[in-house]
Design a binder for this molecule. Structure first.
Ligand SMILES: [Zn+2]
Length: 88
């Protein structure tokens, strides 16, 4: 069992967390005129790097989204921080 650290609640078991998205991914705007191919890329395509990846996760217990930098090979977490504007 891996331990992740929620920036709001502290260390918790990984089962309390859910991957949300790659950090920094931009929604195509205006969405109404975005092509189906570009919209599908936005929804389903991820860079999925083999090393440190900056991702958005949600802690299901408190409902807060935050960024986490996680090595996708070693599973080491090097950083977890609230999303901009969500700091307490
Ligand atoms: Zn939390």
């Amino acid at each position: 069992m891996q331990i992740f650290t929620c920036p709001f609640c502290g260390p918790r078991e990984e089962t309390e967390f859910h991957f949300a998205a790659e950090a920094g991914k931009r929604r195509p705007e205006p969405a109404e005129t975005t092509s189906d191919a570009d919209w599908a890329d936005y929804l389903y395509m991820n860079a999925a790097p083999r090393r440190p990846a900056r991702e958005v996760w949600v802690h299901l217990t408190c409902g807060e989204f935050f960024t986490m930098t996680r090595d996708t090979v070693t599973r080491e977490v090097s950083d977890a921080a609230p999303l901009p504007g969500r700091e307490r």
